[in-house]
Design a binder for this molecule. Structure first.
Ligand code: GDP
Length: 140
């Protein structure tokens, strides 16, 4: 298995509850390395662009409102098969369906305020990393 990268976002429900360190520790304990990180307040335009694939979903406007409701921490994670490793430690989208020990099962508030984002493929990871980071901001 190759060393690859993925994009993680620690969402506003987690920054509001001061869980940035706790989430990052769970990612690191899963074998992922934070090779870029910044705390930002997403604009509405950024959130709409980032989640453009969900534009037709009924929860799109609520999701954009939630993602812009407070600071987020965007991170590039590196590790063995990073996309799959991150999705495993994140757990299912709905925390009620997430496996015990996963970030969403242990920390998420709801299906929307579910603490973390993670890219769902290597191709999307590359697009999402470039959405937030310039190459020189990523230091492996
Ligand atoms: P993910 O890849 O596990 O994050 O899930 P999706 O790509 O399907 O959805 C993106 C994000 O939209 C999720 O992480 C949630 O924050 C939000 N979301 C997904 N499904 C729902 C839903 O049914 N209702 C609401 N309010 N938000 C949702």
């Amino acid at each position: 298995m190759a060393i690859t990268r993925t994009l993680s976002i620690i969402k506003p429900d987690a920054t509001r509850r001061n869980l940035t360190g706790q989430v990052t520790k769970m990612l690191e304990d899963a074998g992922l390395r934070v090779v870029a990180s910044k705390r930002i307040r997403m604009t509405r335009e950024q959130a709409e662009g980032f989640y453009a694939v969900h534009r037709e979903r009924p929860f799109f406007h609520d999701l954009v409102a939630f993602m812009t409701s407070g600071p987020v921490v965007v991170q590039v994670l590196e590790g063995e098969d990073a996309v799959a490793t991150n999705r495993r430690v994140m757990g299912a989208t709905n925390p009620a369906e997430a496996a015990p020990g996963t970030i969403r099962r242990e920390l998420a508030e709801s299906i929307e305020a579910n603490t973390v984002h993670g890219s769902d493929s290597d191709a999307n990871a590359a697009i999402e990393i470039a959405f937030f980071f310039r190459p020189e901001e990523i230091v492996g």
